[in-house]
Design a binder for this molecule. Structure first.
Ligand SMILES: [Zn+2]
Length: 303
């Protein structure tokens, strides 16, 4: 199952209705916690996300709304005896902040947290099925966005399988080996399948528009992106290194995004529908104005 669980949606300070940032991506066996702000441990309880579900932590930058939840989450991983290591990715220049947050108070430390500081653009983790990539953003302090890209595969076409006489266990052999022999004839996987593009998830937090934003969002099935401001306050957004809902939507439109999740809202706005309205002017895909505890499925693969 591939699903995003939104744990918090507020920039800078939590409000009565919005916790600091926090996002949990469930992707097959992986559980990636992005930017745990203050209060993330409790938000996880409310959302039904367990500390043992976390296999990886990705921090975009070391402003408090993106990292102050680390001590609680790490101590909870320890308390719950998570049975696996957890890799923590973060900007290398913030190592001193990571080290403090990792060891913020006295606790019985049984957590196997493996720091993996990022010093440049590129792949930070790969498996045969996916790759996780970081790209530099533009926010005044070192900030990296992330994207998870599933490897492209092939989809079997029942009609073609029938035509080539492939059925039963031979289908499994074909998927494993790329070729199977049927009645003395070799049948290749290309003959009975069509390309199946892998799914893409992108996570873009505090930044002005920059090359990294577009590189991360390219072809994303699900894009989580900050929209701290509305276009009316575009000057403030530029000054403080943030995006508007209109800019985020224009990125989504230009990059062929399917589902756009807006978040990280300034507390200056009291009506979240304004973000949806502004985004809809530029982007005709699905727009989710995130609330705390919103769950968003990664859309089904492109046909
Ligand atoms: Zn922020």
């Amino acid at each position: 199952m591939r699903e995003l669980v939104v744990l918090g949606t507020s920039s800078q300070v939590p409000t009565r209705t919005r916790n600091h940032n926090g996002y949990f991506l469930s992707w097959d066996g992986e559980g990636i916690l992005f930017d745990p702000g203050d209060g993330t441990q409790r938000q996880m309880s409310l959302a039904g996300v367990s500390a043992s579900d976390i296999t990886r932590i990705c921090v975009t930058h070391f402003h408090g709304d993106h990292c102050l939840g680390l001590p609680g989450v790490i101590q909870r991983i320890s308390l719950d005896n998570a049975p696996h290591p957890v890799t923590a990715h973060f900007p290398a220049s913030g190592r001193e902040f990571y080290d403090r947050l990792r060891n913020a108070s006295v606790f019985y430390d049984a957590a196997d947290i493996r720091p993996d500081p990022i010093a440049d653009d590129g792949f930070i983790a790969t498996s045969p099925k996916w790759s996780l990539e970081a790209r530099r953003l533009d926010h005044g302090i070192d900030t990296y966005g992330y994207r998870l890209v599933e490897a492209d595969g092939r989809r079997m076409v029942p009609e073609l399988l029938r035509q080539h006489g492939v059925s039963g266990p031979a289908v499994g052999s074909l998927q494993r080996d790329g070729v199977v022999t049927v009645d003395g004839r070799a049948v290749t996987i290309e003959a009975v399948s069509v390309p199946r593009p892998g799914q893409r998830f992108a996570f873009v937090m505090d930044t002005r528009l920059c090359e990294g934003v577009f590189a991360l969002a390219a072809g994303a099935d699900l894009l989580v992106i900050e929209s701290t401001y509305l276009d009316v306050d575009a000057g403030l957004a530029a000054a403080h290194g943030h995006l508007t809902a209109g800019q985020a939507a224009r990125v989504a439109a230009e990059c062929g995004v399917r589902t756009l999740v807006l978040t990280h809202f300034s507390q200056r706005y009291d009506d979240p529908t304004r973000f949806a309205e502004e985004a809809a002017k530029a982007f005709d895909g699905e727009v989710v104005v995130a609330e705390d505890l919103t769950r968003v499925r990664v859309p089904a693969r492109r046909p």
